[in-house]
Design a protein around this ligand. Structure first.
Ligand SMILES: Cc1cc2nc3c(=O)[nH]c(=O)nc-3n(C[C@H](O)[C@H](O)[C@H](O)COP(=O)(O)O)c2cc1C
Length: 220
């Protein structure tokens, strides 16, 4: 990592959405470590129902730029990360996840049995209510958030992006027509070619409440 002096709090405070990038590449070792940190993110039932497609080629980034309505970030940034939500992953085999947790002593046999049954029932409930996509997207977006903060710590800039056509993004990353997968977020990553001032946030009393929604928080 190029910059290990930032605390998490500093990374949160100094991160900005950067829309213009210098062409120099992101070093492989740095990118690998950032990806490792991104998948450290928690996920519902430890499903790990999100993936990251790393797009570095000119052609791939061009396709993403077009899918994003010509926004400059995918074209200029040397790396674009596509966070994919895997809404149907819970139906697949998860013995590897349980095995890992058993091996390190995090979960015992009894816990695994209960967890597997409860998570299945929970996911079936989501399926019945049409919420599978929404829940997988949450997990993907948390991973993207980890990535943004880790990138800031590494001295890199990023830009989260919602403005794209999902069908086109899917085509660009080779999952055309896959209804079991959803695009959660695009994240451009690279060396900044601009500085952006903090646009500000509403004061906490607009967005932070006490006990019930809309009620001011008593301080102290
Ligand atoms: C989920 C999400 C999607 C966004 N999509 C875009 C986008 O498509 N294009 C863009 O230029 N900025 C996008 N932004 C950046 C926001 O405009 C930016 O975060 C906001 O203005 C606050 O600025 P800051 O990130 O520098 O604090 C997105 C941000 C988030 C969190």
């Amino acid at each position: 990592m190029t910059n290990r002096t930032l605390s998490v709090a500093d990374a949160i405070r100094t991160r900005r959405t950067i829309r213009h990038y210098r062409p120099e590449p992101v070093a492989d070792a740095v990118l690998d470590e950032l990806l490792e940190l991104a998948v450290e993110a928690p996920s519902s039932w430890n499903l790990q129902d999100r993936s990251v497609v790393v797009v570095r080629s000119e052609e791939g980034r061009g396709a993403l730029a077009r899918a994003a309505g010509g926004q400059p970030q995918p074209q200029e940034a040397p790396v674009v990360l596509v966070f994919v939500a895997e809404s149907e992953a819970w139906r697949g085999d998860r013995t590897d996840i349980y095995q890992q947790a058993r091996e390190v002593g995090a979960w015992n046999e009894e816990f695994v049995a209960g967890f597997a049954a409860e998570s299945l029932a929970f996911q079936q409930g989501l399926a019945a209510r049409g919420l599978l996509r929404e829940y997988a997207v949450k997990d993907a977006v948390i991973a993207a958030t980890y990535m943004m903060l880790a990138a800031t710590e590494a001295g890199l800039a990023s830009s989260p992006m919602n403005g794209w056509d999902e069908v086109e993004v899917k085509k660009a990353i080779g999952i055309d027509g896959r209804d079991d997968l959803a695009i959660a977020l695009l994240l451009a990553l690279g060396h900044p070619a601009e500085q952006r001032p903090h646009p500000g946030r509403r004061s906490a009393d607009r967005n932070v409440f006490g006990e019930v929604y809309g009620r001011g928080r008593e301080l102290g």
